[in-house]
Ligand binder design. Structure first.
Ligand SMILES: [Zn+2]
Length: 65
């Protein structure tokens, strides 16, 4: 069953608050999306925690590799 959750993250470059929709089926994955405000690439990492919730963390591009 698909389960979507909305979470607020902050752009690592400009600090803008961004709403992201998290798909629990994508836990463990990461993807890159440009910030809507400063247009720089934000790396989103979806992490499954011990209670089965997915949380998202954001990183700047250099941090990811
Ligand atoms: Zn930004």
């Amino acid at each position: 069953m698909a389960f979507l959750a909305e979470e607020v993250v902050y752009c690592p470059y400009c600090g803008e608050a961004l709403d992201v929709l998290i798909d629990h089926q994508e836990a463990g994955q990461q993807y890159i999306e440009d910030c809507q405000v400063c247009c720089r690439p934000i790396v989103f990492k979806l992490v499954l925690n011990e209670i089965g919730d997915v949380s998202v963390s954001v990183h700047d591009e250099d941090d990811a590799y």
